[in-house]
Design a protein around this ligand. Structure first.
Ligand code: GRF
Length: 206
């Protein structure tokens, strides 16, 4: 009996991640994308927020650990590297090996990407490389594009850059406001991002 179960464990692929929490989600806002990740049953070990925000409650309601790594300085003297170090320490403490950013409002420094090489994911509400930056939806609307969308990509030190993993188009409607368009994009992100994260963890992305 005992040897049977030992063989079963030994036969499991060394990189199997299916049965242990390995994922951290970084959020700052409403947390609707976080909620979709949690609802999809992905192995989230911890949610890290940089400020008090509704995402904290979404994580707590799902019974997932929440860490507030509070950013106190939003001015020009902000020590990005020191703050990044605090986030990396928190992630290491929870033993995660993959990080999914879901509306995190602080640009993190190089230490994050060296701690988790090629294992930081992001979702962006535009068809990258178009409309990088925090105001992507408003910028797309102002540019008069008829189609925009969302992009899941590997995050790198350069903001909203890095290899694209998945994209979906979203039509811009004549009556759209920034809020209505963003909500329609987010409804697509809430399906695309969890699905892409799952395939990333399984190693089944093309
Ligand atoms: C999403 O559109 C994401 O792409 C962007 O921030 C938004 C987060 O939405 N980076 P929510 O707070 O999860 O509702």
């Amino acid at each position: 009996m005992g040897s049977t179960s030992l063989v079963a464990v030994a036969d499991r692929p060394a990189d199997s991640r299916a049965d242990r929490p390995t994922l951290a989600v970084l959020a700052s806002g409403t947390g609707s994308i976080l909620e979709a990740i949690l609802a999809a049953g992905l192995p989230v070990a911890v949610v890290v927020v940089d400020r008090r925000c509704p995402a904290e409650k979404r994580a707590a309601d799902a019974g997932v650990a929440v860490e507030l790594v509070e950013r106190e300085d939003f001015g020009p003297g902000f020590d990005r590297d020191a703050y990044t170090g605090r986030v990396v320490d928190t992630l290491r403490r929870h033993g995660v090996d993959t990080v999914a950013m879901a509306g995190f409002g602080t640009v993190l420094g190089p230490a994050l990407f060296s701690a988790f090489p090629d294992r930081v994911l992001n979702t962006h509400p535009a068809l990258l490389p178009a409309f990088k930056g925090w105001h992507a939806v408003g910028a797309a609307l102002a540019a008069g594009v008829r189609v925009t969308g969302c992009t899941v990509h590997l995050a790198t030190e350069a903001v909203d850059d890095g290899p694209i993993l998945a994209q979906r188009a979203v039509e811009v409607l004549p009556a759209d406001t920034e809020a209505s368009l963003h909500e329609r994009i987010k409804s697509v992100e809430r399906a695309l991002y969890p699905d892409t994260i799952r395939r990333f963890l399984e190693g089944t992305l093309p």
